[in-house]
Design a protein around this ligand. Structure first.
Ligand SMILES: *Cc1c(COP(=O)(O)O)cnc(C)c1O
Length: 318
């Protein structure tokens, strides 16, 4: 039942599924190597890649339950707020964005867009923003703003994971063999948790390798683990599993939205070679990491390696 609702919503929002699976020929220590790429950046011109995957079931449930007003959290460049604001606008659901920013700072292109789509913005201080996981505070803001459904930061929620798993079901129809390794950027963990859950459920021989885009050793593993445990799915609660998150400083560059000269030149070189734009915050870090891991031999070039392009180009605008 929910599936037909998702299809209806995907159709009305013109989501282009399945996203293409593309074989990239990358140069590794001067010789060509195939790196497969799941082009979720091409799913929709506005609703950024993995945000559609994570939000599809949440949005479908909201439409089914006739939800009038949704809310969520993010920064002033947030791909998640941008995607949700647009989807709510098109689905006729009121949306309040709780933004970690000062009300007097100049509007970012992201916030200007979401205001155009009718979003109500509530600015939160750093201190208040930290309460975004406190149950009582969340209840309180729902009451004061008449919000029916609050979605966690990044759209990472128990209901996101089954949506993310559609990446895997698409891959099963696009490729003859399962991939050995799937690489992706990690920030709030929902995308990674969805992939892991699918791999466990279907006992695939696939290793999921997350590239931390912020300094969050331990914190990010906990986020992923908590989501897996919330997914009320026997068999996925075991802590074991074929996944890991890499926290190297030359991958995350010291923090969220930070970059390095090396990564900047990788990003422009990658565009010249493949005509694929990578955003600075997420995909440059993951693609750079994949390339380094291939060069060091930590990723075997004869294996089937896939990277998920999660989108996010709207966040590049300044
Ligand atoms: C949000 C986002 C991510 C991070 O995904 P999580 O599920 O939060 O870990 C990666 N890439 C892009 C482009 C994003 O917008």
């Amino acid at each position: 039942m929910v599936t037909t609702y998702i299809d209806n919503i995907a159709n009305s929002l013109e989501i282009a599924t399945p996203s293409p699976l593309q074989a990239l020929s990358v140069r590794v220590n001067k010789s060509p190597v195939t790196l497969w790429c799941k082009r979720d950046d091409l799913l929709h011109p506005v609703i950024s890649g993995n945000k559609w995957r994570k939000l599809q079931i949440i949005l479908a449930n909201s439409v089914t339950n006739n939800i009038q007003h949704m809310g969520s959290f993010g920064g002033a460049y947030s791909n998640h707020l941008h995607a949700m604001a647009y989807a709510c606008y098109r689905l006729n659901i009121a949306f309040t964005a709780f933004v970690r920013a000062h009300p007097e700072s100049p509007l970012t292109p992201t916030l200007a867009d979401i205001i155009r789509w009718g979003t109500n913005i509530e600015y939160l201080s750093r201190e208040d923003y930290r309460k975004r996981e406190h149950e009582l505070w969340l209840k309180d803001i729902c009451t004061t703003h008449s919000i029916d459904t609050l979605v966690p930061e990044g759209g990472s929620h128990r209901d996101s994971m089954a949506g993310v798993a559609t990446i895997m079901t698409e891959l099963a129809t696009q490729a003859s063999l399962p991939f050995d390794n799937i690489i992706l950027p990690v920030a709030s963990g929902g995308t990674m948790a969805g992939l892991i859950q699918h791999v466990k459920r279907h006992k695939l021989p696939t290793r999921i390798i997350g590239i931390a885009v912020l300094k969050g050793e331990g914190y990010l593993e906990d986020k992923v683990q908590t989501l897996l445990e919330q997914s009320n799915d026997v068999g996925t609660t075991a802590s074991a599993g074929n996944w890991k998150i890499l926290h190297r400083a030359n991958f995350h560059c010291g923090g969220y939205a930070k970059s390095s000269i090396q990564q900047k030149s990788f990003q422009s070189q990658f565009f010249l070679e493949h005509q694929i734009a990578l955003d600075t915050v997420y995909n440059t870090k993951a693609f750079f990491a994949a390339h380094q891991l291939l060069e060091s031999g930590e990723l075997k070039k004869q294996q089937r390696n896939l990277i998920v392009h999660t989108g996010g180009m709207q966040g590049e605008r300044t």
